[in-house]
Design a protein around this ligand. Sequence first.
Ligand SMILES: Nc1ncnc2c1ncn2[C@@H]1O[C@H](COP(=O)(O)OP(=O)(O)OP(=O)(O)O)[C@@H](O)[C@H]1O
Ligand SMILES: [Mg+2]
Length: 258
Amino acid sequence: MALLEVNNLALSFAGLHVIKELEFSVEEGSIASLIGPNGAGKTSVFNCLTGFYRPTAGTIIFNGKSIIHKKPYKITRQGMARTFQNLRLFKSMTVLENVMSGMHCRSSAGPIGAILRTGAQQKEEAEINEFCERCLDFVGLLAVKDRIASNLAYGDQRRVEWARALATQPKLLLLDEPAAGLNHVEKQQLIGLIKRIRDQLGITIFLIEHDMGLVMKVSEKITVIDYGEKIAQGNADEIQNNSKVIEAYLGKEEDEIV
Ligand SMILES: Nc1ncnc2c1ncn2[C@@H]1O[C@H](COP(=O)(O)OP(=O)(O)OP(=O)(O)O)[C@@H](O)[C@H]1O
Ligand SMILES: [Mg+2]
């Protein structure tokens, strides 16, 4: 069953067609990827899915419900979480506080409870704390939970983002270039982490990535876009041998500069 279904999606900025009649789906429980050359429109697709951009046309059905034109926080509450291409941590907050900010969308205590610190509020806070620690443990960062986020190494800061995304308790996790800036060892750990998130937590994963080795290793289905249009879809073998994909990445033979 498709957890995410996108049809005829279009997005324009002042006459520039960034996404054109895009169609794809992500199966529940799968690891899927969206790839394409720089500027192809991949992040814009994520921005449409998560409510950051307002598509000009099309439908987006997530978990059986339309989410088009909904506010980002509502989409998060419905079970879609994301990480960004560039780090977006609260730099002066601790690692744990950053993760707790992700769980905010699930907490129920209102401002009165927060001021009076009622029994219910304290109980909820303890539960949030415990759950966020489990998220940090899952990504291997529990030992540094009280450190200031910006003092961590770059690769660890990225893992704080994944823990924060997990803390929203998503059904679908969107990762925008999770391997960018990681070294070889960290990339291998990332592959393991992506598989564990799906296998142990049952979270569906949809990722954008330029590291083809990683894409081919983890993805069960790959959608390729170029200039905002879908040019191919299939498994790793099919994509690697697709002439349109090769052309989009390497250029046509006649384009060669002599
Ligand atoms: N807010 C915006 N206003 C105007 N143009 C935009 C906006 N956001 C994206 N674009 C344009 O849309 C196109 C696709 O950008 P996008 O960031 O989605 O590409 P991408 O596939 O994620 O690229 P990369 O691999 O470099 O991250 C680019 O031409 C970009 O300049
Ligand atoms: Mg991008």
